[in-house]
Design a protein around this ligand. Structure first.
Ligand SMILES: [Zn+2]
Ligand SMILES: [Zn+2]
Length: 229
């Protein structure tokens, strides 16, 4: 049996906290959006990592090498960096990256744009790499925890997982737990599809006078839920 401080047990504990918050009545959970708990915790973890990078590691040689190897952050995490708004940290990191990029271009100028052909050699975005590791830990923790009834209840009463994390959890879970989760998430998909069809129906001129119900934001929930791995 894992110790209370084993990484998977700690991750499971965090997941249960998020699920419990999400399953409270709407007024109490207003601050916590109804999104996949693994997505939520992964996003928080990545934001924490970037804040730590800004606060403590902008001059750390290892972090700098990682950023040079990846040639920067992906477009999604670039938006996050901009949102966090730390001008000095970004200036330090990107002054180095700008210099490296210029040097690379100048050293490759004799070739026929070889940097375009070597895309596969570029390391992944550091925040994406950290996110992958984090989401793997959470989905494995959840898969291992599904056999426990209290965990299963929390998942059942929670907002559901996005398709990427549902599939990752099913792959890591024991067959009986995976089947149970698949049934639950299939029911979520059936309800979501009905709501999306309701949006389509209410946009028909014949039904335009009808009041909008809970399906109003189903298109946004669909965008969150059906996320490719
Ligand atoms: Zn997710
Ligand atoms: Zn990224």
């Amino acid at each position: 049996m894992p110790t209370p401080f084993a990484p998977l047990e700690a991750s499971l504990h965090e997941l249960l906290e998020v699920l419990r918050l999400a399953s409270r009545p709407p007024a109490a959970s207003r601050a916590s959006p109804q999104v996949c708990p693994v997505c939520l915790l992964t996003a928080r973890s990545v934001e924490r990592d970037i804040r730590a990078l800004f606060a403590e590691f902008v001059n750390d040689p290892e972090s700098r090498t990682r950023l040079r190897r990846s040639r920067g952050f992906c477009s999604i995490h670039t938006l996050l960096l901009a949102e966090l708004g730390d001008a000095l940290a970004v200036a330090i990191l990107y002054s180095d990256l700008t210099e490296r990029t210029r040097e690379r271009w100048q050293s490759e100028v004799k070739g026929k744009f070889p940097f375009v052909k070597r895309q596969e050699l570029i390391a992944p975005c550091p925040a994406c790499a950290a996110a992958n590791e984090t989401e793997n830990r959470y989905t494995q923790a959840l898969a291992a925890g599904l056999a426990r009834e209290e965990v299963w209840r929390a998942v059942e009463n929670g907002p559901g997982l996005c398709t990427a994390h549902a599939e990752a959890t099913m792959s890591a879970a024991k067959p009986a737990d995976a089947a149970r989760l698949r049934e639950l998430e299939t029911r979520h998909l059936v309800l979501l599809q009905a709501e999306l069809e309701e949006i389509i129906r209410k946009n028909d001129y014949r039904f335009r006078g009808e009041e909008w119900g809970a399906e109003r934001d189903a298109w946004l929930r669909a965008l969150h839920k059906l996320r490719r791995p």
